[in-house]
Design a protein around this ligand. Sequence first.
Ligand SMILES: *[C@@H]1O[C@H](CO)[C@@H](O)[C@H](O)[C@H]1NC(C)=O
Ligand SMILES: *[C@@H]1O[C@H](CO)[C@@H](O)[C@H](O)[C@H]1NC(C)=O
Ligand SMILES: *[C@@H]1O[C@H](CO)[C@@H](O)[C@H](O)[C@H]1NC(C)=O
Ligand SMILES: *[C@@H]1O[C@H](CO)[C@@H](O)[C@H](O)[C@H]1NC(C)=O
Ligand SMILES: *[C@@H]1O[C@H](CO)[C@@H](O)[C@H](O)[C@H]1NC(C)=O
Ligand SMILES: *[C@@H]1O[C@H](CO)[C@@H](O)[C@H](O)[C@H]1NC(C)=O
Ligand SMILES: *[C@@H]1O[C@H](CO)[C@@H](O)[C@H](O)[C@H]1NC(C)=O
Ligand SMILES: *[C@@H]1O[C@H](CO)[C@@H](O)[C@H](O)[C@H]1NC(C)=O
Ligand SMILES: *[C@@H]1O[C@H](CO)[C@@H](O)[C@H](O)[C@H]1NC(C)=O
Ligand SMILES: *[C@@H]1O[C@H](CO)[C@@H](O)[C@H](O)[C@H]1NC(C)=O
Length: 867
Amino acid sequence: MSMRKLLGLCVIVLWTGAQPAIATRQAVLSAAVLHTQQVACPGYVASNVSNTDDGFMAELALAGPPCALYGKDIKRLTLDVRFDTKNRLHVHIKDTDGHQFQIPKDVLVLDSGHGVRNTSSNLRFDHFHDDVSGFGFRVSRGDQVIFDTVGHPLIFEDQYIEVTSNLPVDANIYGMGESPDFFRRNPANTTKTLWNRGSPDLFQQNVYGSHSIYMELRDSQFHGTYLHNSHGMDIILTNSTIQYRVLGGTADFYFFSGPSALDVIDQYTELVGRPSRIPYWALGFHNCRYGYKSVYEVNDVIANYSKANIPLEVAWTDIDYMDGTRDFTFDPVNFPLAEMQKQLAYLHARGQKMVLITDPAILYDNSSYGVYARGHEQDVFIKNADGSEFIGQVWPGYTVFPDWFARNTSSWWSGELKRYFDQLPIDGMWIDMNEAASFCTGSCGTGKPAGSIPPYPWTLDPQPPHRVINPSDTFLVPPYAIHNYEVELSDLTIETTARHANGVSEYHVHNLYGHMESKATRDFLVNYRPNQRPFILSRSTFAGSGALVSHWTGDNSASWKDLHISIASSFDFGIFGIPMVGADICGFFGNTTEELCARWIEVGAFYPFSRVHSALAYSPQEIYRWESVAEAGRRALRVRYALLPYFYTNYQRSVENGWPVARPLIFEFPHVPAVVDNDRQLLVGDGILVSPVLVEGATSVAAFFPVGIWYDWYDYSVIKGTNDIVTLSAPLEHVNVHVRGGKIVPTQEPSMTTAESRKNDFGLVVAVDEHGAATGELYVDDGETFDTAARWVQFSYAKKSLSIGQRSGQFKISPLLSKLVLLGVTGVSQVVVNGSSVNVNFKVVNGSTVITGLNIDLNVNSVVALN
Ligand SMILES: *[C@@H]1O[C@H](CO)[C@@H](O)[C@H](O)[C@H]1NC(C)=O
Ligand SMILES: *[C@@H]1O[C@H](CO)[C@@H](O)[C@H](O)[C@H]1NC(C)=O
Ligand SMILES: *[C@@H]1O[C@H](CO)[C@@H](O)[C@H](O)[C@H]1NC(C)=O
Ligand SMILES: *[C@@H]1O[C@H](CO)[C@@H](O)[C@H](O)[C@H]1NC(C)=O
Ligand SMILES: *[C@@H]1O[C@H](CO)[C@@H](O)[C@H](O)[C@H]1NC(C)=O
Ligand SMILES: *[C@@H]1O[C@H](CO)[C@@H](O)[C@H](O)[C@H]1NC(C)=O
Ligand SMILES: *[C@@H]1O[C@H](CO)[C@@H](O)[C@H](O)[C@H]1NC(C)=O
Ligand SMILES: *[C@@H]1O[C@H](CO)[C@@H](O)[C@H](O)[C@H]1NC(C)=O
Ligand SMILES: *[C@@H]1O[C@H](CO)[C@@H](O)[C@H](O)[C@H]1NC(C)=O
Ligand SMILES: *[C@@H]1O[C@H](CO)[C@@H](O)[C@H](O)[C@H]1NC(C)=O
């Protein structure tokens, strides 16, 4: 959901009203660009270079008079270079005195690697000096220089760090966000601003999370760069450079050598944390809406999905269920606890699940709201500089915000969650508004009576004026203005001058808020339900949040453009190490249309996280509402549910190696320049290609097919890929899905829940390549616990013989393998399992053979000859 469900659209209006303020600030922004070019900063000179076993250190001294571009130049820096692993190089430039803020180790634990000799690294580090720009460095992989600051002076000031690296002309850059955009960033003109912002998905603007990693594709190989820094920043692509402009901290870079896209993500998630394991049910289909009037209406929704024969796995409720939108309460009239308990029991009896929303903002009410009173007692809320509680405004009224740095916050948060879960043991949590979002700017509740409920600013006429802030406070108004959509850093969030218990200002840690809430929330769930994998969906994330939570792409709109962009956003979060991601199907804001919603469920059925969600005041869009959408949903979800074992196997690849589930073609076909910017098709894993319609009125789709054999999922017809576009027929209720020749994809017969589907027989789709061969794998465990047994099974097919081999694990797979779909194989008349002929049924369809009636135990090795 949720924020600015309403506010979202209104905020745009509000800002139109505030145009003068923006204009002034934007003038400052353009001046900033000129300034950078005009003021010659002296750069640094390296000295005292000392080699260590696995890297080296040097001192950097300011090479001339301070330029004071956007702060105070720091005179003495230390360069610390370490070859962490064969594939990862750490280059840290920090102030020698150690005053600059760095992300505390307990907020984000980075892997330290083991240290390798420079000669055994895939990357090479060299430093240089030139008389104009001073110290510069190059990172190379073989004869490719992948990062090159030579010729660009390093600027290192207390509130401004600038690092610039050369890029090739027309570079292929991916990542850097969160920002709704096309997948390939425009190398000539991109500014990605990292400043978490709780408002609608605005094209190319900064939104909820901060991920300062990018990947570059050059000569068919990928490499990656991550800047470990929590401050607000701009990352700018222009004129064959990438430039970082950062509001503080240190220049803490990590370089990853790739060379495949999956290698880079593997190397990155090894550093920041592998994606967390998820319960199997999270891969089912989810329904939500902001604006359900009662628990009874949600009961009807659940029943109507069932009547429509659409597999609803999880029923979600947005802030509607709360009493006065206060956390951990239930509306006594419309969502009484007893009825919520009944709904949960009903869902559980049918193998379905419930997830509810929680916001971090706590109503400031010291007389009747125990959640606040207990937190106040434990001193867990963020403070103003004068020591009073910082009071913003969110859904329930004036609110305070948990300070995740305070000593007792996680125990208080756990205590509140425990009271809540003891009443209603829901299956997962949805943490929203955690950028953190506020509806006013500054501590607007200070001095207001406790428990008083102000009107939402967007309901006022005239709109409240834009706040006047003291420009001499450089935390409120840093000398360099990043391109934050809200303009001022403190707008509609916790003020940057607010203080945390460890004495740190919000200025430094703003971007960590959602990540820290995610950690506190996960810690609670892991303790509350030992050995059960939590499912948590968070709107705000930071580097490494994938180890804690899943993500949806926030408050999008019911537009064809947002449908298209949703695919790129899923790819972005694959790079960010948060592979469990999806967009609000059919669009959140705005009235969707029947056609858009049908096309959207056809894409959404293949998001790793598949949930329909809509906003208050817009027409309902549960997918049973229109017959064509229901039919599109049934068909596409039938494919998804058949593929659940494949999705789950791929998700386990994410857990073990970081590999994303939803992949762009360029990740699998880096030698094919035509797909560098393809974000209109998506691969699930490496074997399933989805080519959806993203254009209104279209009944066909121009889909790109790389060289190889591609089999239609439904009728097995063949496309011989030639690295060219093929026009596919795409009637409204049909989404094109192809299986890649050379891959073996495990399936199960789909049922109405994931739990039922898991009990059904397995099948294998064996899609042979031009040599008549294919390989694949299957991962199975209990889908719920942590220290469960697991089993990896591998499949290979060649010369009309399928080998089923055990790779590892002891988990007992109960369902049998009963079906083989041999795509591109005919002429089979006999099946021999381990030397014994077995009785089966054959059907030949469009050059493929479907065999049913097998009874193969997947827990043992076997050889299936297809004679
Ligand atoms: C280099 O090392 C020497 C001796 O340890 C020390 O006196 C000097 O200050 C160092 N120079 C810098 C720039 O740190
Ligand atoms: C590798 O380290 C050695 C000293 O341990 C040093 O002499 C050599 O220059 C380094 N090579 C590179 C490429 O940095
Ligand atoms: C760069 O992008 C911005 C934002 O999209 C746009 O306003 C501007 O005109 C573009 N500049 C150029 C030179 O294309
Ligand atoms: C990029 O290069 C063009 C042409 O040389 C120049 O006009 C422009 O100012 C440069 N832009 C930046 C941001 O450096
Ligand atoms: C459920 O379906 C019934 C019968 O079609 C319809 O009257 C009702 O409005 C639907 N309710 C919801 C919440 O979808
Ligand atoms: C935190 O909790 C401990 C034990 O419950 C208590 O002694 C301490 O005073 C609390 N700290 C604060 C800052 O309230
Ligand atoms: C609650 O806050 C009000 C100020 O808004 C204060 O006057 C009152 O004493 C507080 N009550 C308690 C019990 O702390
Ligand atoms: C959206 O649909 C509702 C009816 O469901 C209607 O009242 C409203 O005016 C529509 N809004 C827009 C922006 O079209
Ligand atoms: C075989 O493929 C063609 C498309 O090439 C399709 O029209 C036909 O329905 C398929 N046959 C069957 C039996 O699925
Ligand atoms: C097939 O043979 C292998 C190796 O001889 C054996 O381990 C396995 O149990 C047999 N599988 C079946 C299904 O009999």
